[in-house]
Write a protein that binds this ligand. Structure first.
Ligand code: F3S
Length: 389
């Protein structure tokens, strides 16, 4: 693997012990995957920020690092809203530890946006090389934006932030971005509720595993693309997908139907995932809501009152930008929390059943929160929260 002169100095410890160690991580990773060189990245997104997921060992590791990131580095959701953790009922030990984690990231120069949708807040363009680690964000960057990132682990993403580079292998190389399995989808139109695309991703991810899917027969809008990719990254390990005529890299690879193994997923199979049984809480915003989703929620909730807890998760930066929309939503009694989410916050562990409109949350909530998860459309979720069903 070629190591540039500047990087040789980093390795020799001229910039300190932590950068040397971080570069060693990147070189080791590059060697394992056959990278020939390191390439600069435009931005980094680091998962592993909630005390619930990284615990004491993760915190100690972060506190032991003495360096500063050299490219924009955004932190994934943490276990609580930074300004509303008291009303979330987070216990004081967790709060203390979570704040220590945030301080450790701040000291490293990372941006505490605490979101899995960094693409709403940072400029990311087609062809950009990135080192992102939250799986739904990786899928969105590769598939919807046409940027290039592997599904990094938290430490390798942070190493890329500190060095400003990542090893060039996997999805950074065009030849590794070709479709490997095909899905024909029957009966979904472009204006469907995003949860149907989350449901599609939930089913497709189980079949695709870590292969790159090519979809035909659908024309989802942006929020549905987000829902589709997030779910496939949860039930499978899909980091990139293509949709004929929609996603940017799909036009590069020309396939006839016979070249790839093809599966069909129907609307009926997706609808079979839905369950309108009563729940103890409702959670929306996995991945974090877009501004359009927030506006839609505020419109549906107009003049309504929630009678069971309804939580909406979104980047704090979006809450600040759309504060009047957030105020309207909260007039119903719903809570809009930034910095955190239904999966990485301990808050959700107090409920035995949760309705979600996300294929990813449907897959993760049982294991991560110990609750039953039920899939509903956005309207179903709000109706359930308002006692209308
Ligand atoms: Fe984001 Fe949490 Fe879902 S990090 S993708 S809202 S599990």
């Amino acid at each position: 693997m070629q190591i540039e002169e500047d990087d040789q100095k980093v390795l020799a410890g001229e910039y300190g012990e932590t950068p040397a160690k971080m570069l060693e991580i990147l070189i080791a990773l590059g060697k394992v995957f056959g990278a020939e060189r390191l390439i600069p990245v435009r931005s980094v997104q680091v998962s592993g920020a909630s005390y619930k997921t990284i615990g004491e060992y993760g915190l100690e590791w972060l506190q032991g690092l003495d360096a500063h990131v050299v490219v924009p580095t955004i932190v994934n959701p943490v276990g609580m809203s930074r300004n509303r953790y008291q009303e979330m009922g987070i216990d004081s030990r967790f709060v203390e530890k979570q704040i220590e984690i945030l301080h450790a990231y701040e000291k490293l120069g990372a941006s505490l946006e605490c979101t899995c949708t960094p693409y709403y807040l940072t400029i990311t363009d087609y062809g950009d090389h990135l080192a992102w680690s939250e799986s739904s964000a990786v899928s969105y960057a590769n598939s919807v934006i046409g940027a290039r990132t592997n599904r990094e682990g938290g430490p390798s993403a942070l190493a890329a932030g500190i060095i400003g580079k990542t090893p060039e292998y996997g999805l950074h190389l065009l030849e590794n971005r070709a479709p490997q399995v095909a899905f024909k989808v029957d009966g979904l139109n472009s204006a469907e509720d995003t949860s149907l695309y989350g449901g599609l991703g939930f089913l497709a991810g189980k079949i695709a595993g870590n292969k790159i899917p090519l979809f035909s027969g659908i024309r989802p809008q942006k929020d549905s693309l987000k829902a589709l990719g997030a779910a496939m990254a949860a039930t499978g390990a899909v980091a990139l997908y293509h949709i004929e005529g929609i996603t940017p890299d799909a036009r590069i690879f020309k396939y006839t139907n016979t070249e790839l193994e093809e599966f069909t997923i129907s609307r009926e199979e997706i609808l079979a995932l839905y369950d309108n049984s009563p729940v103890e809480a409702v959670a929306i915003g996995c991945p974090h809501c877009s501004p359009d989703e927030l506006i839609k929620i505020s419109e549906i909730l107009l003049q309504k009152k929630v009678i069971i807890p309804l939580f909406i998760f979104v980047a704090q930066g979006i809450i600040e930008k759309y504060s009047s929309v957030v105020r309207k939503i909260e007039m119903s009694g719903a809570k809009v929390y930034g910095d955190t989410c239904m999966v990485v916050s301990p808050m959700m562990e107090r409920y035995k059943s949760v309705m979600v409109n996300s294929g990813k949350a449907l897959a993760y909530i049982p294991n991560m929160c110990g609750a039953l998860s039920r899939l509903g459309t956005l309207e179903d979720c709000i109706s359930a929260a308002c006692g209308e069903k």
